[in-house]
Ligand binder design. Structure first.
Ligand SMILES: [Zn+2]
Length: 670
């Protein structure tokens, strides 16, 4: 034994663990003074004490994921399969459970019809929290009676029947009510969305929001929305809070559909054909129109299909028939995959570390719903709007397309006049043309719009579409010739191109090459002025100089989106209308309706998966009009070409029966 080590090895202590010899150099390196002998001649000892937090971390059984925990400790107390929880009975649940536990995940949303275990997932996670990380937890349900039902039929039996969880009960029946659900280690606050006082009561680390589409819109008129109020309750735990939302969907703007639309990763469940092994998503009808859920061609009676179990599912590759048992096997061998990357759940999570994730499920995947029941529900709903809505929400797990949105799209199409695509309004109505380009990853969406004279700022869509390259953009804006019905040519006076996203450097270079004709544009949600120029001398994220520099047009998009929204509500025959040519498409109309205004935050939002490129282009267009000051332009009296007699047929907004109008369009305009 070396002399150094003698200091550090005291006589064995009668109680406590054996000391560990330490190296002097190590002690110095961590800043501790070298040990000296005590007054009793015994060498000093260092005592290592872990903080309670660290000890708690070590005490917990390590590495157990919620899905494993569930199989070990969770007992299903009701339904057709009571007994210990088995992941194989709901293969999609395990992924949701374990994804929730990933440290960076904060929000988990599950949009699914009934019978897909989405409440069960919440209960398992609650048990897991109570066992593993006790902390104040709020469980929010739509109303008071749901809270009582939740306690009586699910939570109390769940804690009483599991040997692991029953240890956490206080033993007093008074502690297991909807008003007070108190465990030995933590409290579960049951909140129903109608109870403002309870909502405002305390901050919670964990929240479960069940059936959020059934929450009343706002607990009281003075309060903000229930969801926003719930968000406030978690602010204290900004860094380690977790929120679980689950609901059957209602409409495309309902809370769960919105939660899915703002998620940064959205997962669908893929299943594996038990016959050929091919992985696929399950559909009633595939996106390409191929029927997937089948029943005999000559059978249309939903009751006979359901009673006789006549429906089957057809594999997209081998066309093999799956009955319910094969379907269950396909689901059992399935996995979650992210919508855009196509990656399996945990590959995507670990690669992208998203905070907000969402899962979508259809009842086609549920072993509690037979294929024939699903087919029958669809056949019964066919042709009946209300039943179809129930089918979408209750079986497909998809939100019902808002009637409002459909109507809004029709209103947009009503703004079409009689001009064919590409024709500039004539008769001296047009003050100038402007061009707007929205930049996408591998293509561009553009609009060319004619601005009219006068302070009401009338305008007409001349041309819109998609081009693949910068050359294509240049062609549309400066090479193609735009004429009115009298042959008068109009150049594109000002153009802007969206410079945000991954192609900023290319856009800057393009604008530099066409200096004076086009500006790179950056939309911002709030600015002190509607628009402003910023000088840019360098390419983004690089030292490389932009020769001569360029001016970046920054635009307050909220201002111009408000303006565009107001413009779109002007009737086509009224001054200042925002008109389209006769060939404007439904796709254009759809994109113009993509965004909605969030009253709470006073911002425009676009649900994910909804294209809004034409809307963006037209927003930029209003900014261009403002920048040019077209409203204040003096109309030159000599503008009218003498060659055009006053009686010549001119396209007028919203007149009908003009020559050359395609009949299909005339019909659609009704
Ligand atoms: Zn197959």
């Amino acid at each position: 034994m070396t002399s150094e080590a003698q200091w550090l090895v005291p006589p064995p202590s009668p109680k406590g663990p054996d000391p560990i010899p330490l190296d002097r150099a190590f002690l110095r390196s961590i800043g501790l003074p070298p040990p000296e002998p005590g007054p009793d001649g015994q060498p000093w000892r260092y005592r290592l004490e872990l903080s309670p937090t660290v000890r708690a971390a070590f005490r917990a059984p390590t590495g157990i994921m919620p899905s494993q925990w569930a199989e070990r400790y969770f007992i299903v107390t009701e339904g057709s399969r009571p007994g210990p929880w088995k992941n194989e009975n709901a293969p999609y649940a395990a992924g949701i459970l374990d994804a929730w536990a990933e440290p960076y995940v904060r929000d988990v949303s599950v949009m699914a019809p009934p019978q897909l275990c989405k409440s069960k997932v919440a209960e398992i996670l609650l048990g897991y929290i109570a066992d593993r990380d006790p902390a104040l937890t709020q469980y929010i349900v739509p109303d008071e009676s749901s809270a009582a039902e939740l306690v009586d039929e699910r939570l109390r039996p769940m804690f009483e029947d599991s040997p692991r969880l029953s240890r956490l009960l206080t033993g007093s029946p008074k502690d297991l009510t909807a008003k007070k659900f108190q465990l030995r280690t933590m409290r579960v606050m049951l909140v129903w969305a109608g109870s403002t006082a309870r909502l405002a009561a305390k901050a919670a680390k964990y929240q479960f929001r069940d059936e959020i589409d059934k929450y009343p819109v706002s607990p009281s008129k003075k309060e903000t929305s229930t969801e926003k109020l719930l968000d406030k309750r978690q602010r204290t735990f900004r860094w380690d809070r977790k929120t679980y939302r689950a609901s059957s969907p209602t409409t495309a703007t309902g809370p769960i559909a919105m939660a899915v639309s703002v998620a940064s990763a959205v997962f669908d469940f893929w299943v594996r054909c038990p016959i050929c092994g091919h992985m696929q998503r399950m559909y009633l009808t595939a996106p390409d129109g191929r029927p997937c859920l089948r029943w005999p061609d000559d059978e249309r009676d939903p009751n006979r299909i359901e009673d006789g179990s006549l429906a089957w599912y057809e594999c997209e590759r081998c066309q093999g028939h799956w009955d319910d048992a094969k379907r269950d096997r396909a689901v059992a061998r399935g996995e979650w995959r992210e919508e855009r990357t196509g990656l399996p759940l945990f590959s995507h999570l670990r690669q992208h570390k998203p905070r907000r994730i969402a899962f979508r499920l259809s009842a086609l995947l549920s072993m509690f719903v037979s294929l024939s029941e699903y087919a029958a529900a669809f056949l019964k709903a066919k042709g009946d709007k209300l039943l179809l809505r129930d089918f979408c929400n209750g079986y497909e797990g998809t939100p019902w397309q808002d009637y409002e949105v459909e109507r809004a799209e029709k209103d947009i199409l009503a703004l079409r006049d009689d001009r064919p695509r590409g024709l500039v309004p004539g008769g001296g109505r047009t003050a100038c043309l402007i061009g707007m380009v929205d930049t996408q990853e591998d293509h561009f969406i553009y609009t060319v719009r004619a601005l009219g004279w006068g302070s009401s700022l009338p305008s007409w869509l001349v041309r819109e579409g998609r081009v693949e390259t910068f050359e294509g953009v240049a062609q549309v804006l400066w090479d193609d010739v735009y004429r009115d019905v009298d042959g008068v040519e109009y150049p594109v006076r000002l153009s802007v191109i969206d410079s945000q996203g991954n192609r900023t450097a290319d856009v800057y270079e393009f604008c530099r090459q066409h200096r004076g004709k086009i500006f790179p544009l950056k939309g911002e949600q709030r600015m002190t002025r509607p628009h402003d120029f910023t000088r840019i001398d360098h390419f983004p994220n690089s030292e490389k100089k932009i020769p001569g520099g360029i001016k970046l047009l920054r635009v307050d998009t909220t201002v111009f989106k408000n303006q565009l929204s107001a413009k779109l509500s002007i009737l086509p025959t009224d001054p200042g209308a925002f008109l389209l040519h006769a060939e404007a498409t439904e796709e254009y109309a759809r994109q113009m309706c993509a965004e909605y205004f969030d009253e709470e935050d006073s911002v425009w939002l676009c649900p994910k998966h909804r294209a809004n490129h034409y809307w963006d282009c037209e927003v930029y267009g209003l900014a261009c009009a403002d920048l040019l000051g077209v409203r204040h332009w003096k109309r030159p009296e000599d503008k009218k070409p003498a060659s055009a007699p006053a009686s010549a047929p001119r396209p007028q907004p919203h007149s009908s029966g003009r020559v050359g109008l395609p009949s299909a369009i005339a019909r659609r305009r009704g």
